[in-house]
Design a protein around this ligand. Sequence first.
Ligand SMILES: Nc1ncnc2c1ncn2[C@@H]1O[C@H](COP(=O)(O)OP(=O)(O)OP(=O)(O)O)[C@@H](O)[C@H]1O
Ligand SMILES: [Mg+2]
Length: 415
Amino acid sequence: MNLQQIKQRFGIVGNASPLNRALEIAAQVAHTDLSVLVTGESGTGKEIIPQVIHQLSARKHKEYIAVNCGAIPEGTIDSELFGHEKGSFTGAAGSRQGYFEVANGGTIFLDEVAELPMQTQVRLLRVLETGEFLRVGASKSIKTNVRVVAATNENMQRAISKGKFREDLFYRLSAIPIQLPALRERDEDIHLLFRKFASDFADRYRMPAIRLTEDAVKVLMEYSWPGNIRQLKNTVEQISIIETERSIDGNLLRAYLPTLQEQSPAIINETSQESISERELMYKFLFDMKKDLTELKKLVLDLAGSNHEIALNADQSAVVNRIYQEVYEESPSLPTRMLPVAPVQVELPSKAHEAHEEFEEHIELEESLSLEDREKELIAKALEKHKGKRKYAALELGISERTLYRKIKEFQLGE
Ligand SMILES: Nc1ncnc2c1ncn2[C@@H]1O[C@H](COP(=O)(O)OP(=O)(O)OP(=O)(O)O)[C@@H](O)[C@H]1O
Ligand SMILES: [Mg+2]
């Protein structure tokens, strides 16, 4: 099958050389059993590659199973992939075959492979190296002959350096790496894809196809398309449905293209990863600060309520030491007599005791606005914003879909 036939058969539009290169590699390696790792930004069309490989291989009459590794809860993923024996965990009433058993002779597509939990990565490495695996709770290994194609839009080197992904497994999976180009690297394809989607939606909604004026084509080409083909497709669909005018000019098109700040983090990719860890750090910093402040307030109250010479007990000294450490580091010239003194028990007069108790209650109240409440609130907000779409909510929150799934259950958020 030549390149043109492959494109036709799988509905792939485009002629940019990095796309052609990716398809050529897929076709060439299809008849081998080598593992393939497909990489590329979100929305670049990674999901088509394993299908091309499977269909062009001798495995095409056997099973093709696509698994979204990010969507299966951590607790069940081993059993989904490798099966389990009766009684191997609570609720395992019978034994069950996993995908690696069912797909014997065929192909498994592990989508979002960077989301695999560590213990599953170990099992996967084993089956790739030996062609054998153990069902959960079994002691006898089973042989299987499965071709693995994996895909990810994550930066795998970063996942490895963060200890999130095993390096040996990465090399195993990427025996053949296939990189899909971003849409902005496919200048000659952008307008072609626009016209294809415009005509598809015209058919679907029984209306004339939208078309672009010359200046709109320029806007189309200059835009960065962070969500790639998926974003282009959605944009064409929106315009097709919303606009009554079929000729779309530059200004009108621009109104449908979010600028970077407005974009949903779901389509920002790399940048969203960065801003998320920054956000996590910010949260941690704010909570630490709030804790310090609360302790400091408490301490000041203790001291103010005391008629005695100012002296601190061990806990108080520790608080002051910690909070003022930085101040002293920055200004070593501060008089040392301001440094906390040796622990001495301070008797609080009764009035101060009352104020102290009141303050304790207040603190308790404040602390109920805990990290957990905030987290719950943020998750609910993200789910609402993305209309219950967990994938995008998880991206916005900077956590994996699996973690989100677990938290929804934990906080009983429902859908
Ligand atoms: N060359 C192409 N021609 C036509 N449609 C395409 C092409 N490439 C991708 N698409 C369409 O673009 C959309 C996104 O593709 P796909 O789901 O494969 O993205 P992805 O790379 O898996 O993204 P993610 O990493 O977010 O999962 C799909 O609707 C797909 O059909
Ligand atoms: Mg995908």
